[in-house]
Every structure is written in structure tokens, then in C-alpha cells.
Design a protein around this ligand. Structure first.
Ligand SMILES: NC(=O)c1ccc[n+]([C@@H]2O[C@H](COP(=O)([O-])OP(=O)(O)OC[C@H]3O[C@@H](n4cnc5c(N)ncnc54)[C@H](OP(=O)(O)O)[C@@H]3O)[C@@H](O)[C@H]2O)c1
Length: 77
């Protein structure tokens, strides 16, 4: 089993990654630090090769309505 976590180095995503890895599940972390941008799609196709499940725990630094809505509507996973 291979799981892609969009936002896998964030507060929620990193805990999820630790839990899955402790159960022997392979985790691919998808965040800007990993060179993956889920809005532009940069690095996403390569990261999803062989992935069985996608979990989306993304967040955006923009909390205004326009910024938050455009981020979550634009995010690919
Ligand atoms: N924290 C809580 O207590 C809590 C409680 C309830 C619900 N939630 C929800 O859970 C979600 C995650 O929260 P969090 O606290 O874990 O957020 P967080 O720590 O800010 O993590 C957000 C993650 O999103 C990634 N990210 C942001 N923009 C990206 C982009 N364009 N492409 C790829 N990755 C991108 C970041 O990657 P980089 O680190 O590489 O920049 C980071 O790993 C949010 O929707 C939040 O509302 C959180």
C-alpha cells in the first residue's frame, strides 16, 4: 500500500505519515518542501506513480475568503 499525503509535512499530515509508516505503509509526502505544488501541478504526476490512496490535508496561509477558496478549488488532489 502506498499513500500520497498532500500536505504530508504539515501539522496534521506529519502525524498521519508517522502513523501510516508505523504500520508499514509507504508514504509519499506532497508539499512545497518536497518540490510538489498541488496548485500548479509541479512534480505531482511523478509523485503519484504507484499510489493507491490520496489523502488531502492541505492548508493555505491565506485565510481571507477569496484566497482560501481559490486555493482549495485550485488544488488538484
Ligand atoms: N492543525 C489542526 O489542529 C487542524 C484541526 C482541524 C482541521 N485542520 C485542517 O487540516 C488541514 C491541515 O492543517 P495543518 O494544521 O496540518 O496545516 P499546515 O501545518 O499548515 O500544513 C499545510 C501543508 O500544506 C502544504 N501546502 C501548502 N500549499 C501547498 C501547495 N501549493 N502545494 C503543495 N502543498 C502545499 C504545506 O507544505 P509545505 O510545508 O511544504 O509548505 C504543508 O505541508 C487544514 O485544512 C486545516 O484546516 C487542522
Amino acid at each position: 500500500m502506498k499513500v500520497f499525503i498532500a500536505g504530508g509535512r504539515g501539522r496534521v499530515g506529519s502525524r498521519l505519515a508517522d502513523n501510516l509508516e508505523a504500520q508499514g505503509i509507504e508514504v509519499v509526502s506532497g508539499g512545497l518542501e518536497d518540490g510538489i505544488d498541488v496548485v500548479s501541478g509541479r512534480g505531482l504526476a511523478e509523485a503519484l506513480v504507484g499510489v493507491d490512496t490520496i489523502v488531502n490535508v492541505l492548508s493555505t496561509p491565506r485565510f481571507d475568503a477569496e484566497g482560501a477558496i481559490s486555493f482549495f478549488e485550485g488544488a488538484i488532489p
